[in-house]
Every structure is written in C-alpha cells, then in structure tokens.
Design a protein around this ligand. Structure first.
Ligand SMILES: C[S@@+](CC[C@H](N)C(=O)[O-])C[C@H]1O[C@@H](n2cnc3c(N)ncnc32)[C@H](O)[C@@H]1O
Length: 203
C-alpha cells in the first residue's frame, strides 16, 4: 500500500503514529478549516442549543461551537480514542465547565436520548458510516421538533472533482428520502481543490 493510501485509511479511524499524522493534517489543512467553518454556520446555532458532532476528529468544528454555545451542550463523538483524547486535551476547560461532553464510540453503537438535541453536525465523516439511513433515523429520534442536521462532503481521492463531491451528496440526499426528515436543501461552497457540499435536513 502506498504511503498516501496508508494515511487516507487513517482518516476513517485515526490510530497510532499514522493516526496522529492524519489528525495533524486534518487540524491544519486550510480547506478543512474553511469547510468546517462554513458548514457550522449553516446550523444557525443559538447559545442555549444542544449540538452533537459525529466524527469530530481533531475538533475544528468544536472550536467554532465553543464560540457559539454558552449555556447549551456540545457532544463530541468519534470512534477514534486518539481523536477523543486530543479533543479532551484541547478543550479541557470546556469539558470541566460541563458544556462539552465527549464520547469515544461508533455512532452506530450509541444510544441517544429522544428529542434531546437541536442540531447534529458531521463533516467529511458520513462516508465512513455503515448505513447512513439507519444513522439518520437514529438522529431523527434524538432531535427536537424543528431540529437540524448538516452533513458535508468533499471528495478527497486522487484527481478528485467537484462533480464527485456533488454526486456523493446527491446520492445521500436520495437516501435521506427513505427517512422521516424533510430534505431542506443542498448548499455548496466553491473552494480548492474541489467544491464542498452540505446536505441540510430538518425535523
Ligand atoms: C475524515 S475525518 C473528519 C474529521 C473532522 N470532522 C474534520 O472535518 O476535521 C472522519 C472522522 O470521523 C470518525 N468516524 C468515522 N466513522 C465513524 C463512526 N461510524 N462513528 C464515529 N466516528 C466515526 C473518524 O474516526 C474520523 O475522526
């Protein structure tokens, strides 16, 4: 396996030395930071909101949430213990204050309290879920009425194109029609090396 492929594999569940490297790449890559900031903005969070991030990685979106959530709750979930440990180190005071809660588990395995969340966010992680429809159904039950989901995707393969990003999110949108969600819309952000797309679902 090429070094590129070894690192690419780590983006699905960073572990060990190569996982640390993948975490650093995610944390520093400008396109990753831009995409996360843009997609977090689509949630239109209020200071008292309860928000869950699925696949938080090194915590770029958590950094944005920490500026917006004052009295609510931020739940950071990732099945990589390495990523959850790095987030706990970076946001220790937020966790101590009771605003941040971290969970080192697969989204497929967690139980979410019914109607407990205002928003669910996921950035370039949906492609790793075994069954997105099942996850969407789980999220639907956990959202309060009027709750929102933003999940974005940016193709990262060699010679990636914006069309591939759009095709992926369009297929995801089609899958979401098999859930109770109202499909709000697909939003796009033109950027380099390819455009990013977000699927927005509302309960
Ligand atoms: C490509 S990284 C993106 C990380 C972060 N969202 C970002 O934009 O920088 C995908 C992350 O999702 C996590 N992940 C993948 N599948 C998951 C699942 N089924 N449950 C929980 N976390 C998952 C991985 O461990 C990894 O940290």
């Amino acid at each position: 396996m090429s070094l590129r492929n070894v690192i690419m594999k780590q983006f699905g569940k960073p572990e060990g030395f190569m996982g640390r490297l993948a975490g650093q790449i995610m944390a520093r890559r400008l396109s990753n930071i831009q995409r996360n900031r843009w997609a977090v903005g689509l949630l239109e969070l209020k200071p008292s909101d309860h928000v869950l991030e699925i696949g938080c990685g090194p915590g770029i979106a958590l950094n944005e949430f920490s500026k917006m959530i004052a009295s609510g709750k931020i739940i950071a979930l990732d099945h990589s213990g390495l990523m959850i440990n790095s987030v706990r180190k970076k946001f220790g005071s937020l966790e101590k204050s009771g605003i941040l809660h971290t969970i080192a588990e697969k989204i497929e395995d967690v139980q979410l309290a019914p109607e407990s969340l205002n928003a669910v966010f996921s950035s370039n992680a949906v492609q790793f879920w075994n069954n997105p429809v099942e996850v969407f159904n789980k999220i639907y039950s956990a959202l309060k009425p009027g709750g929102i989901v933003v999940t974005n995707y940016m193709e990262r393969s060699k010679n990636a194109t914006s069309r591939q990003s759009l095709d992926y999110i369009s297929q995801l949108s089609e899958k979401a029609t098999h859930t109770k969600f109202k499909i709000s819309k697909i939003e796009s952000l033109e950027m380099e090396p390819v455009s990013a797309y977000s699927l927005i679902l509302k309960k």
